[in-house]
Design a protein around this ligand. Structure first.
Ligand SMILES: Nc1nc2c(ncn2[C@@H]2O[C@H](COP(=O)(O)OP(=O)(O)OP(=O)(O)O)[C@@H](O)[C@H]2O)c(=O)[nH]1
Ligand SMILES: [Mg+2]
Ligand SMILES: [Zn+2]
Length: 312
């Protein structure tokens, strides 16, 4: 290894702040002769080498980077390079995610089939493991909760039921997060993503706010993506909530992003390879399932927004 490589440490971008990158340096990469006090906070405020600009490489939260010219006293550094990404979510923008936790509240804001499905479809499209977290379960009775769980099982998901208020389901989620290198919590504003992270990490007190009484939804409290350590070397991203993820998908792929439809397609084949499971001749799909009308409306919308698409 040459000298310049030796002076580089590896880390991960945990937040973007104006024109700076906050980078957490890998524990095992920190030089053994460093002072104990330096090890306490390995988060550095970094800029990046201008050569990276010329290469057109943009850097996002979750990117694994090399840092040099480290000034431990002032906690500053310079990003000299980045490792190739394994994945990239666009919204929220996070690189190298290995688990997407879709957070949906059963109340305040109210559960909504279209919105929940849009979050799930965006996640399915990335081919990354998904956990569905049903939050604020203290706000509804057991019977209503079971009816939500039954519905979601029908969609092909086995949700984790969570209440920060009653401390339910927290350990199950925490174990899953600790088994994962980089998880991201995403979902509508006000479902309790930040409250959950505050609860998982002792001494963390990120700002949260009540759901608007008038609009009955969150007020976009979290404004930036940030990664936090949940132990075992695992990181979790808190992200800003948003209400309606866009579905930008190849029409032929869409059916494969709904597990209950995907399962049918694994077992049987329609007459035409480009069947969109509407009223095409020889379509073998049983359309008697809860989200069929969601599928139907959205597939029509996708086709209409892409005029050159040929059905036959
Ligand atoms: N009853 C109840 N309220 C909760 C629970 N979790 C969070 N809340 C409340 O829900 C509100 C919104 O919580 P946040 O954590 O700010 O929600 P968020 O998903 O981070 O919202 P954004 O940052 O806007 O995306 C706060 O008033 C929380 O106290 C829960 O388990 N039960
Ligand atoms: Mg938040
Ligand atoms: Zn079909």
């Amino acid at each position: 290894m040459n000298k310049s490589k030796l002076n580089q440490l590896r880390g991960i971008v945990v937040a973007l702040k104006a024109n700076f990158f906050i980078v957490e340096i890998n524990n095992k990469d920190v030089n053994s002769n460093m002072l104990e006090s330096d090890l306490e906070n390995q988060r550095l405020l970094c800029t990046r080498r201008s050569k990276l600009d010329y290469q057109g490489l943009f850097i996002d939260v979750g990117d694994k980077v090399y840092v040099e010219s480290i000034d431990w006293q002032n906690k500053r550094g310079l990003i000299s390079n980045l490792e190739p990404r394994r994945s990239l979510l666009n919204r929220p923008a996070v690189a190298n995610v290995t688990l997407i936790v879709v957070c949906i509240s059963v109340a305040e804001p109210l559960f909504d089939l279209e919105q929940t499905s849009r979050f799930l479809i965006t996640a399915e499209d990335k081919n990354i493991n998904i956990v569905l977290a049903l939050t604020k379960i203290d706000l509804i009775g057991k019977e209503k909760l079971h009816s939500y769980i039954r519905r979601l099982k029908g969609w092909g998901y086995n949700p984790i039921s969570i209440s920060v208020k009653d401390m339910e389901g927290i350990d199950i989620l925490l174990n899953r997060l600790r088994d994962t290198e980089l998880s991201v919590l995403c979902g509508p504003s006000g479902v309790g993503k930040t409250s959950l992270i505050n609860n998982l990490i002792p001494n963390l007190a990120l700002p949260t706010s009540s759901v608007s009484k008038k609009l009955k939804r969150g007020i976009n409290t979290t404004r930036h993506v940030e990664l936090f350590s949940v132990g075992n070397g695992s990181l979790v991203a808190d992200t800003p909530g948003f209400n309606r993820p866009e579905i930008k998908i190849d029409p032929l792929n869409f059916a494969f992003l709904l597990p209950e439809l995907r399962d049918q397609l694994m077992k049987s084949t329609c007459k035409f390879r480009n069947c969109l499971h509407r009223d095409e001749p020889g379509c073998v799909i049983n359309k008697d399932f809860e989200r069929y009308s969601f599928y139907r409306e959205n597939i029509e919308e996708i086709i209409n927004s892409r005029p050159p698409f040929q059905v036959d």
